[in-house]
Design a protein around this ligand. Structure first.
Ligand code: PAF
Length: 284
């Protein structure tokens, strides 16, 4: 497996693969890889002849007071995980390689990016859409793989691909959890032992919400109230949002009908964690 630092080199490798008739999968990441990322890479390896994992902490998707500088990085560890998972190339550019001096072009989106995480992170999805578009243009993959933990990101990218006519398939992959239910995230490393324990409230409250829906509750406000109440029992937790939205439009819903995403963002101490589940109304 190769670690590639420049766009030019990556393009020439992909060109060579294409000449050999190979299909190409892309797994975009910001590094500090865990089992969740590994599941994306393994799936990509099973569905494509060649797989590129991008490993780039993208500065444009961080707000001014966010954790760009402290975001965990460990390329050697990432390379070992990618190799084990069967990837062919890690693309690990410097920020100057991805954003040349004077870069002033961005990809932005209305509607879907305004609610949920977009409320407290108003420039985040512009950064995500921009870097993901760049990666699609550089790698020209047949398929690209994203985790369902970032449910809004997945919906935004699916919409961007549709709206901008990118010629590839987006593959969403299930959330991977620790044994005790905490959704895997590179940001879990910020949690001290007490916070790590407190973070279980995300999964606990969502499980309760899911059980309510499965038991037939249709009233979104009731489900929301119950989740909020449960989260508030945890002293170290501070709610950013609890929302039930249509999975495709991300518009808030009042009753459970169709395909519904229940998404939450909760600060545990200073660390902001997200989690979610999706249900399809039985009547659908
Ligand atoms: O999900 C992530 O890790 C990032 O948002 C992504 C898609 C790699 C873009 O930087």
């Amino acid at each position: 497996m190769q670690v590639v630092k420049t766009i030019e080199e990556l393009r020439s490798i992909v060109k060579w693969w294409r000449g050999e008739g190979h299909s190409v999968g892309l797994v975009p990441t910001m590094g500090y890889l865990h089992e969740g990322h590994k599941s994306l890479i393994v799936k990509a390896v099973s569905e494509n002849d060649r797989v590129v994992v991008s490993d780039f902490v993208n500065p444009t998707q961080f707000g001014v007071n966010e954790d760009l500088d402290s975001y965990p990085r460990d390329i050697d560890r990432d390379a070992a995980l990618c190799e084990e998972a069967g990837a062919d190339v890690i693309f690990h550019p410097e920020p100057e390689e991805m954003y040349a001096f004077g870069n002033c072009t961005f990809v932005d989106m209305d509607h879907l990016t305004k609610g949920l995480c977009g409320k407290t992170r108003p420039t985040h999805f512009r950064g995500v859409c921009t870097v993901v578009s760049k990666l699609f243009n550089i790698v020209t993959p047949d398929r690209a793989y994203f985790g369902e933990k970032d449910a809004q990101q997945l919906a935004v990218i699916r919409r961007m691909v549709r709206d901008m006519n990118f010629n590839l398939t987006i593959v969403g992959c299930p959330i991977v959890r620790e044994e005790d239910g905490l959704a895997m995230s590179s940001r879990n490393t910020y949690l001290n032992p007490a916070e790590r324990k407190a973070a279980l409230i995300l999964h606990k409250s969502l499980t309760m919400g899911q059980e309510m829906i499965e038991a037939g509750e249709k009233d979104v406000q009731k489900i929301k109230n119950a989740i909020v109440k449960q989260i508030k029992t945890e002293r170290l937790a501070r709610i950013d949002y609890v929302e039930l939205v249509d999975t495709e439009t991300l518009e808030p819903v009042k009753t459970i009908t169709g395909s519904i995403l229940t998404a939450i963002a909760v600060y545990i101490g200073k660390t902001r964690l997200i989690d979610n589940f999706t249900v399809k109304d039985q009547g659908e």
